[in-house]
Design a protein around this ligand. Structure first.
Ligand code: S3P
Length: 431
C-alpha cells in the first residue's frame, strides 16, 4: 500500500463488503492451535500483518503452522521450545501479550521485540501477574525476556478490563498447578473463554470472573473466524456520514462484549439494520446495513469502554458530523494503544476544522450537524485505526484529507482501500 493516502468528498457509497476475519479471534486460533494436541483447521483467518506475526511466532515455538489457501490455515501444536530468534511481534499488542502468557507456561526462555509503537506500550501490567505465577521476566516494555515453567495458580483482578491481560493469564494457567481465576469487575471480550472451551479445556465463566477447571489440555479443532466488527466500523460509519449512502457488511461478529459501537451509533440516531443473525465459530454473527443518517451527539458512559475500546477513533469522527455535543468518558486506556489515541483524535480533528477537546480521560466533540471543513494532512502515528478513521472523515469532509503513514492499515485491514473504492469511496495515493 502507498504510504500516503488521500480521501476526498465522495458520491453516495453503495454496495456490500466482506471485512477481514476478526483479529482477536485469529490470534487466539493460531496460539491455541499451537498449544493443542492434533490439528487445528482455521478458515477465514485475518491475514493482516499483526496476525501473520503471531503465525510466525507460533511456528518459532515449534508448532507446524501452514497456509493452505486464502484465509485457510493448518496448525499442529506441540510442547513449545526456545525460539531460535527473538519473537518479533511487530505492531501487535495482542500477539505480544498472548504469546508471553502462553510461553510462560513452558520451561523455555524467549525474548519478545516489536516496532517503535509496541515498544512504548506498558507490559508490566501483565508481567507482574506472570511473575506472581512463577515466571521470571526482564524488562517492563519490549524488549522483554520471559523464562517460564513450573507455574503456580493465581487469583487476579482485571482492573483494567483488558482481554489481553486476562487471556495471557489464562494461557499461562493452562500449564500451571493450582487454581487460576481472573476476576472481572467489568467484563472484557470473552473470545479466549469461548475458544478454550471449544478446544476441550474446562473453563467456568461465572458472574464476575473466569476459572480454569482441572482438565486444561487442548485438543485441535476447526475454527471458523467471523468478520471483524472493529474493521466493519469504518465502512459502516462512512455510510452514515456520506449523504445518500447504503452499505452492507456481511458476516460481522455481533458478540455483545464487542457491540458498544453499534449501540452508541443507534443512540445517536443511526439507521443501522441487522439481519440474518446466526452463529459462526461459536460467536453470534449478522449482516449489518448502514444508511446515511442525521446523527446527534450523546453521552457515552465509561461502563461502555470495554465493548468498544478500539472504536472510539471512528466514533469521534461520527461525532464530528453529528449535531450537538458528544461526551465520551473513561478513555484512559486509549492513551496506551497503538498510539495515544486521545491525543491523536484531538490533534487530527482540530486540524480538520472540528471542535474537539479532551478533559482528563473524557473526549468531547462539538458537532455542528454539517460536514467538517477537512483539507488537512494527518499523521497515522503507526496506528491503523487512526489512519482509517481520518480517511473515512475525508470521504465526507469539504476538503480532502491526506493520511501520512497509511501503510499501517495492513496491520488489521489489508485491502481497506480497495474495499472502500468498491463502494465508490474516493481513496487513492496522495498526490
Ligand atoms: C484485544 C483486546 C483489547 C483491544 C485489542 C485486542 C484482544 O485490548 O484493544 O485491539 O484481542 O484481546 P485490551 O484488552 O488491552 O484493552
Amino acid at each position: 500500500m502507498t504510504d500516503s493516502l488521500q480521501a476526498a468528498s465522495s458520491p453516495p457509497l453503495r454496495g456490500t463488503i466482506e471485512v477481514p476475519g476478526d483479529k482477536s479471534i485469529s490470534h487466539r486460533a493460531l496460539i491455541l492451535g499451537g498449544l493443542a494436541r492434533g490439528e487445528t483447521r482455521i478458515a477465514g483467518l485475518c491475514e493482516s500483518d499483526d496476525v501473520l506475526r503471531a503465525a510466525a511466532a507460533v511456528r518459532g515455538f515449534g508448532a507446524r503452522v501452514e497456509r493452505v489457501g486464502p484465509g485457510e490455515w493448518l496448525v499442529e501444536g506441540c510442547c513449545w521450545r526456545n525460539p531460535d530468534a527473538p519473537v518479533d511481534c511487530g505492531n501487535s499488542g495482542t500477539a505480544a501479550r498472548l504469546l508471553m502468557g502462553a510461553a510462560a507456561g513452558f520451561a523455555i526462555e524467549a525474548r519478545f521485540v516489536g516496532d517503535e509503537s509496541l515498544s512504548s506500550r506498558p507490559m508490566e501490567r501483565l508481567l507482574a501477574p506472570l511473575r506472581q505465577m512463577g515466571a521470571r521476566t526482564e524488562g517492563s516494555r519490549l524488549p522483554v525476556t520471559i523464562a517460564g515453567g513450573g507455574l503456580g495458580g493465581i487469583r487476579f483482578v482485571n482492573a483494567a478490563a483488558s482481554a489481553q491481560i486476562k487471556s495471557a493469564i489464562l494461557l499461562a494457567g493452562l500449564r500451571a498447578e493450582g487454581e487460576v481465576e481472573v476476576i472481572e469487575p467489568v467484563r472484557s471480550r470473552d473470545h479466549s473463554e469461548t475458544m478454550l472451551s471449544a478446544f476441550g479445556c474446562d473453563i467456568e465463566v461465572r458472574d464476575g470472573g473466569v476459572v480454569l477447571g482441572s482438565n486444561r489440555k487442548l485438543v485441535g479443532t476447526a475454527v471458523d473466524v467471523p468478520g471483524d466488527p472493529s474493521s466493519a466500523a469504518f465502512p459502516l460509519v462512512a455510510a452514515l456520514i456520506v449523504p445518500g449512502s447504503e452499505v452492507s457488511a456481511r458476516s460481522v461478529m455481533v458478540n455483545p462484549l464487542r457491540a458498544g459501537l453499534i449501540e452508541t451509533l443507534r443512540e445517536m440516531g443511526a439507521d443501522l439494520e441487522e439481519s440474518n443473525r446466526r452463529t459462526v465459530g461459536g460467536e453470534p454473527v449478522a449482516d449489518l446495513i448502514a444508511r446515511f443518517s442525521s446523527l446527534r451527539g450523546v453521552e457515552v458512559p465509561a461502563s461502555r469502554v470495554p465493548s468498544m475500546i478500539d472504536e472510539y477513533p471512528i466514533l469521534a469522527i461520527a461525532a464530528a458530523f453529528a449535531e450537538g455535543t458528544m461526551v465520551m468518558r473513561g478513555l484512559a486506556e486509549l492513551r496506551v494503544k497503538e498510539s495515544d489515541r486521545l491525543a491523536a483524535m484531538v490533534e487530527g480533528l482540530t486540524a480538520c476544522g472540528a471542535t474537539v477537546r479532551s478533559e482528563g480521560d473524557t473526549l468531547i466533540v462539538e458537532g455542528r450537524g454539517r460536514p467538517v471543513p477537512g483539507g488537512a494532512a494527518v499523521a497515522a502515528r503507526s496506528d491503523h485505526r487512526i489512519a482509517m478513521s481520518f480517511l473515512v472523515l475525508g470521504l465526507a469532509a469539504r476538503g480532502p484529507i491526506t493520511v501520512e503513514g497509511a501503510a499501517t492499515i495492513a496491520t488489521s485491514f489489508p485491502g481497506f482501500g480497495e474495499s472502500m473504492r468498491s463502494l465508490g469511496a474516493r481513496i487513492g495515493p496522495a498526490v
